[in-house]
Design a protein around this ligand. Sequence first.
Ligand SMILES: CC(C)(COP(=O)(O)OP(=O)(O)OC[C@H]1O[C@@H](n2cnc3c(N)ncnc32)[C@H](O)[C@@H]1OP(=O)(O)O)[C@@H](O)C(=O)NCCC(=O)NCCS
Length: 219
Amino acid sequence: MTIFQKLGGWLGGRKGARSRAPVMVKQLEERDRRRMLKHFMALDDSDRLLRFGTVLPDEQLTAYVNKIDLDRDTVYGVYNPVFKLVAVGHLAFAPKEQLSPGGAVTEKERVAEFGVSVSKSARGLGIGSKLFERAAIHCRNADVDTLYMHCLSSNKTMMHIAKKAGMEIQREYGEADAHLRLLPANPGTMLQEALEEQFATIDYTLKANTRAAVKWFEK
Ligand SMILES: CC(C)(COP(=O)(O)OP(=O)(O)OC[C@H]1O[C@@H](n2cnc3c(N)ncnc32)[C@H](O)[C@@H]1OP(=O)(O)O)[C@@H](O)C(=O)NCCC(=O)NCCS
């Protein structure tokens, strides 16, 4: 397999997945914070419940977005063709003592927890799965071998994604704690993450400039 075929597979998603447009997952920065908030504000009550375990009101959503520590955590986003942020994945790192539901053990100092939301208009395109895969690769490259996810057990879509990723799932009182043990990094995972980010950066720049040009012409 050539590097280009391999890259196509990385960007497009998993082996065996039906053919879908490549999903460009970009690491978000300070300049994206306003759009992150816009994405979360557009989630309706049922999505807020699924994403946060409670129907977070607007003020608490704003506080959550403002408090995201972009130096410590990694936040991923997917922009649609008109430069609207349609998905956000928050990969939070914490000392292992802090996040140990189910008693999963690791020798590493830190573990990670992942939460994700995709706008209704962009669902079913493989974006949620791709964000999860990207977060898992980043964990491996950051020497973190345990990735947690917490969701409602009624969340069929997320449970499907978790099972597909090979996560071990414990259900209790309508909630589910899932965790995935990750393999160590290798040159392939390093290259994959670097290339995906570079392609996503080019995609981001093109969409941002196109959006700016359209706005300018509309004046
Ligand atoms: C969960 C969520 C992130 C999924 O995003 P998405 O981009 O639509 O997900 P994908 O397209 O990658 O994958 C959806 C998968 O679930 C499957 N699926 C969809 N509805 C399903 C259902 N009711 N039962 C089982 N599987 C289902 C799809 O067939 C697809 O599987 P496949 O890739 O094997 O074909 C999105 O629905 C969302 O934002 N929900 C609200 C917030 C939330 O639940 N967050 C998760 C808590 S952390």
